[in-house]
Design a protein around this ligand. Structure first.
Ligand SMILES: CC(C)(COP(=O)(O)OP(=O)(O)OC[C@H]1O[C@@H](n2cnc3c(N)ncnc32)[C@H](O)[C@@H]1OP(=O)(O)O)[C@@H](O)C(=O)NCCC(=O)NCCS
Length: 374
């Protein structure tokens, strides 16, 4: 078949596949449920189940799912030793990419890409990834590891493993809502990367490793780690307006604003903004919220650009006392549910993803031998 002449840089506006997992048309929905309602009425564990199994769980299904994830909350000793041996400055996102790759070597079903085996692996990764993030965090600070708690949900257990103290309910709920909002987003760059890898009939862990690599970039998930740098550079409410105007005059990209798909605002950002504000008020950090508000106003008036989810997420995580390099790994803790659902969907009806490119090189030329080339 010859290539069609439809070409759109960055695949903007191109339908590159079909999915029943989520849509951004008419407001973001996961498996047909509006994300606004999911954030209000469910928790992340329910949403992860929804993405993987197609519908919300009943009580029994949720309990069994949580037990399976909690049972997987461990990493093999060689991975723990490796994390302890990494240079202390290793970015957590890079260490997490390595961790998932290493976990593949210890998974009993790595090479089994059946629907069932991929569900098992997704559940195990949901359990293991927070353990790996917390282990590298604590080992890098020469702190003893904190044993996981089976009785705690995904968000609560993560905070517990990180800080060694039981988190407050409001902290858990705020983190949990951010995980719900991060869990899935149609054909974003990292999800597409995962689907491309697995369309070759490679394994789920390879797809997740590729997705983590794609998510790391600052135009994608990496943006949430840039938000506090930006706010600190802006200085505070007194200097924010001048700072952002100067940044725009220098044609800088302002992290946390704009979106390839949402041109009239990201509903996820509106939901999380409330949690960021409450967390900042509770910890005496309202100053950063005021600074953010001023920047939002200028971005809208001058560029007609609205915040995306990373804008409030960066502030929320800071208000929760989390260190900046953990922000994109936290995104992974959640999005692994969406990525896995997409890999499973891709393989249920697989066709190798292999587009064409428009050739822009020179006309055909003939090869000179090395002797002729001198
Ligand atoms: C997400 C993003 C890559 C989407 O980009 P896109 O769909 O390719 O949009 P474009 O790059 O075509 O941007 C359109 C215009 O808006 C500008 N723009 C877009 N986002 C901007 C931002 N965050 N800051 C400043 N200007 C921005 C572009 O410079 C461009 O202006 P121009 O037409 O004068 O050149 C982009 O908005 C961005 O870089 N945002 C910051 C990173 C971020 O927050 N990423 C997380 C996304 S969830």
């Amino acid at each position: 078949m010859s290539a069609s002449e439809i070409y759109s840089p960055g695949l903007e506006g191109i339908l590159a596949g079909e999915t029943a997992i989520s849509t951004v048309e008419g407001g973001l929905r996961y498996r047909a449920y509006p994300v606004t309602e999911l954030a209000e009425k469910t928790g992340f564990d329910e949403v992860a189940y929804l993405l993987l199994y197609g519908d919300l769980p009943n009580r029994r299904q949720l309990k069994e799912f949580q037990d399976r994830m909690a049972g997987a909350r461990a990493i093999p000793d060689p991975l723990r030793d490796l994390l302890g041996a990494l240079p202390p400055a290793t970015p957590p996102m890079d260490a997490l990419r390595t961790s998932v790759s290493v976990l593949a070597h210890f998974d009993p079903e790595t090479e089994d890409s059946s629907h069932q085996a991929n569900l098992h692996k997704a559940e195990r990764l949901l359990g293991q990834i927070p353990v790996a993030i917390a282990a590298q965090f604590r080992l890098g600070r020469k702190q003893p590891l904190v044993a996981t708690r089976r009785d705690l949900g995904h968000a609560a257990n993560f905070l517990y493993m990180l800080h060694g103290r039981e988190p407050r309910e409001a902290e858990v709920r705020a983190l949990d809502v951010s995980l719900i909002l991060y869990a899935e987003h149609e054909f974003n760059a990292s999800t597409f990367a995962a689907r491309v890898v697995c369309s070759t009939e490679s394994d789920l862990h390879s797809g997740i490793v590729a997705a983590i690599g794609a998510l790391k970039g600052r135009l994608h998930g990496g943006a949430n780690e840039k938000v506090m740098d930006l706010l600190r550079a802006a200085g505070g409410p007194e200097t924010a307006e001048k700072w952002i105007r100067d940044a725009l005059a220098r044609k800088e990209r302002v992290m946390g604003f704009g979106h390839r798909v949402y041109k009239t605002g990201d509903v996820r950002a509106r939901i999380l903004k409330e949690f960021a504000r409450k967390a900042a008020d509770a910890t005496g950090q309202a100053r950063w919220e005021q600074t953010a508000e001023i920047i939002e106003g200028v971005m809208q008036r001058e560029k007609n650009l609205l915040p995306n989810l990373d804008w409030p997420a960066g502030r929320l995580y800071h208000a929760l006392g989390l260190e900046v390099p953990l922000y994109t790994p936290i995104f992974v803790m959640s999005r692994v549910a969406g990525w896995s659902a997409h890999i499973i969907e891709q393989l249920d009806n697989n066709r190798l993803i292999r587009p064409r490119a428009r050739y822009t090189g020179p006309e055909v030329r003939s090869v000179k031998t090395l002797a002729e080339r001198g």
